[in-house]
Design a protein around this ligand. Structure first.
Ligand code: UT7
Length: 313
């Protein structure tokens, strides 16, 4: 029997029209453009309209990915949506997306692993495809994360933005996804959290920063050690986009030069589960990411959760 792999055949993304620059945020809290750029690398972020939900953004990103895949909506047999900002408590965002897509063939469900959600969803998709349980999977990361922002808290309000990214994974005789690793440790549950009584993001930023760098650095190293590839084979590191200093520190830990990083945090801010598929689509649209490139995804988020994917595009 020949090996079965899952392969990303297309990407799509959506960013809301409204943009907040650092100068806009200077009007809300005691901060400065220079502080935000120096400490985070963020220059601007997109903000969803009041009546624009995570499902609406997921739909726009998904339509682009489906169109580029040459599949029809009903060819999709599994829809996975990574989000922490669902439009409704239930039905799931994935089911609401299925309805907008007029798809009546797929199973659909959400994955919540905070900023690592997209990697968790990829892991599930990969296993469904390798197990022969699905052929064409739509995997989406979508967040209206600014709905969880306290706009008077300068520790958090400068960091986040909204958007969605989508990929189509299909069964393939060649890789595709080479390896996928996910993990979590609930003992850190209070360092980055949204409590149901306040419904706003609370973060011990400095503690999160250090653990994020260490965890993603180790994970990237281990992912390469467990593969047939070395860092010299990597065409692109596409990490979760929370802070350019975290991203550069992770690249340094694996001796990867900075020109091999797809960096979008300057334009998007931290879009949680949407950040990796948004950055991937940005890489594709700008012509940086090409067919057969070797790519490593690295993510880290509340929980803590973490994940790493090595793939041939
Ligand atoms: O997506 C999931 C993972 N999330 C992350 O990875 C985020 C990780 N954390 C970070 O990116 C960084 O910790 C932050 C960007 C959130 C903060 O940067 P930092 O270098 O760790 O700053 P800090 O929290 O240690 O604060 C340094 C100073 C403090 O002032 P004092 O106590 O030194 O007087 C803060 O009050 O900067 C102050 N500060 C600000 N100043 C201007 C904090 N936020 C701001 C602000 N503008 N927005």
């Amino acid at each position: 029997m020949t090996d079965l792999y899952s392969k990303i055949v297309s990407t799509g993304s959506y960013l809301p029209q409204k943009i907040y620059t650092n100068h806009d945020i200077e009007k809300l809290v005691d901060t400065s453009h220079d502080w935000i750029v120096e400490r985070t690398g963020i220059i601007s972020r997109h903000i969803a309209d009041e009546n624009e939900s995570s499902v609406d953004m997921a739909y726009e990103a998904s339509c682009k990915a489906i169109e580029r895949s040459n599949l029809k909506n009903n060819d999709i047999d599994l829809i996975l949506v990574a989000t922490t900002t669902p439009e409704r408590k239930f039905p799931s965002t994935a089911v609401l997306l299925q309805s907008l897509l007029n798809n009546n063939k797929a199973s659909a469900f959400d994955v919540n692993a905070a900023c690592t959600g997209f990697i968790y969803a990829l892991d599930i998709a990969d296993k469904y495809i390798k197990g022969g349980f699905a052929k064409n999977v739509l995997v989406v990361g979508t967040e209206k994360i600014t709905s969880l922002i306290d706009w008077s808290d300068r520790n958090t309000c400068v960091l986040f933005g909204d958007g969605a990214g989508a990929v189509i994974l299909t069964a393939s005789q060649t890789p595709g996804l080479i390896s996928n690793t996910i993990g979590s440790d609930g003992s850190y549950k209070d360092l980055l959290t949204v409590n149901t009584d306040t419904e706003v993001i609370e973060m011990r930023g400095n503690d999160v920063f250090k653990i994020a760098v260490n965890t993603m650095g180790k994970l990237a190293k281990k992912t390469l050690e467990n593969s047939d590839y070395s860092v010299n084979n990597i065409d692109w590191l596409i990490p979760h986009q929370a802070n350019s200093r975290i991203i550069k520190a992770v690249a340094k830990k694996i001796n990867l030069s900075e020109d091999k990083i797809i960096m979008t945090v300057d334009k998007h801010g931290n879009t949680s589960a949407a950040s990796i598929p948004l950055a991937l689509d940005y890489g594709v649209n700008t012509g940086m990411v090409k067919k057969d490139h070797l790519i490593i995804f690295e993510a880290f988020g509340a929980g803590f959760t973490w994940g790493s994917t090595l793939l041939k595009f």
